[in-house]
Design a protein around this ligand. Structure first.
Ligand code: TXA
Ligand code: MG
Length: 315
């Protein structure tokens, strides 16, 4: 198991000498390494068992750190950065030679994000290099939202985990690409489509979860937990599976008599997003074969929640 603590100097030492550190962010926990140290980046892929075709996000402390890493910043990318960084937004931009092909999986573009988290910021300003940080879960599992989740799944492969408390947003960052300068959402996430469109006008959404995804890591079963998940009208699905070992993952209503996780009793989509991955993990510990869930309202963070539930379900 890794040591868990709040020592940013220690975390900085580990990163500077090629080690791996679990880091808190406002979206989910990440598995960090020095982006300029090829061997350290290889360790990240190995620790996660992540295929080399799934590129990494490079995390930076401030705008100045971005400039040497990119060739060009589209106008709308600049607007988005100015308004939403630091925050749950990742931009895919043409990369400079400073970003290795390992990080970008051979693409000419690479993903960048400036996280909004005090403790992580303290670490980022201590080091003189950007860090790569995929979500700190083994490939194909749900992203961690606490230091303890990271320790459970990757503790034997990491030197240290920086404990910044439970992630406040709870779903991964929204990813936007700029083919032909036009913004397109490649992954729904912690920054809502409404907030993005209010700033830059209508954006395309291309989150196809086929075998040829536009954001290469967004394979269909990427968030699949080990139980079957089925989504729809909860009461109807309960009837179909009467007698089975079922659990209920509901938005705001309670289902007494079943192992039941309510995402937000007050029907807040922000609170539901924050609880979503912990809820999926909770069902792993319950004696159920099937988790029945439902769509949440398709607005705000609800779009990202529905996307993750879709990816986790068999229907
Ligand atoms: O919220 C987050 O973004 C978290 C925290 C830790 O920052 N990180 C995260 O990283 O979710 P990861 O590696 O689990 O997902 C990053 C995804 C990749 O799977 C891939 O789909 C996309 O970013 N990506 C990276 N580079 C890309 C590129 N050049 N073009 C398109 N998509 C890219
Ligand atoms: Mg991930």
């Amino acid at each position: 198991m890794a040591t868990i603590g709040i020592d940013t100097a220690h975390a900085a030492d580990i990163l500077s000498t090629g080690g791996l550190v679990g880091i808190p962010t406002e979206t989910v926990y990440g598995l960090a390494a020095n982006a300029f140290d090829e061997q350290a980046v290889i360790k990240v892929f190995k620790a996660k068992n992540r295929p080399a075709f799934d590129p990494l996000i490079t995390h930076i402390a401030n705008n100045d750190a971005l400039l040497p890493l990119v060739k060009h910043i589209p106008e709308k990318a600049q607007l988005l950065m100015d308004k939403f960084w630091p925050g749950p937004l990742t931009l895919v931009l043409p990369k400079s030679d400073k970003i290795s092909d390992l990080i970008s999986s051979g693409l000419t573009t690479a993903a960048f994000r400036m996280p909004r988290h005090n403790l992580l910021h303290k670490l980022l300003v201590r080091i003189e290099f950007p860090i790569v940080a995929p979500s700190a879960n083994p490939f194909g599992y749900v992203s961690p939202t606490t230091a303890e989740h990271v320790n459970q799944q990757l503790g034997d492969k990491i030197d240290y985990i920086l404990d910044g408390g439970a992630s406040k947003i709870g779903v991964e960052s929204t990813i936007i690409g700029f083919e032909d300068e036009k913004p397109t959402i490649l992954r729904l996430g912690g920054l809502s489509v409404e907030d993005i469109e209010a700033l830059v006008g209508p954006v395309g959404i291309n989150i196809s979860s086929s075998s040829k995804p536009s954001a290469p890591g967004m394979l269909i079963a990427h968030y699949s937990p080990s139980k079957s998940v089925v989504s729809g009208n909860i009461d109807e699905i309960i009837k179909k599976h009467a007698g089975g070992k079922i659990g209920i993952l509901s938005y705001h209503e309670k289902y007494p008599g079943y192992p039941n996780f309510v995402l937000s009793e007050k029907a807040s989509l922000d609170e539901a997003a924050m609880n979503l991955f912990a809820a999926l993990r909770w069902f792993e510990t319950q004696d159920v074969d099937l988790v029945i869930t439902e769509k949440v309202p398709d607005e705000g963070l609800g779009k990202a929640i529905n996307d993750r539930l879709n990816r986790a379900s068999i229907n």
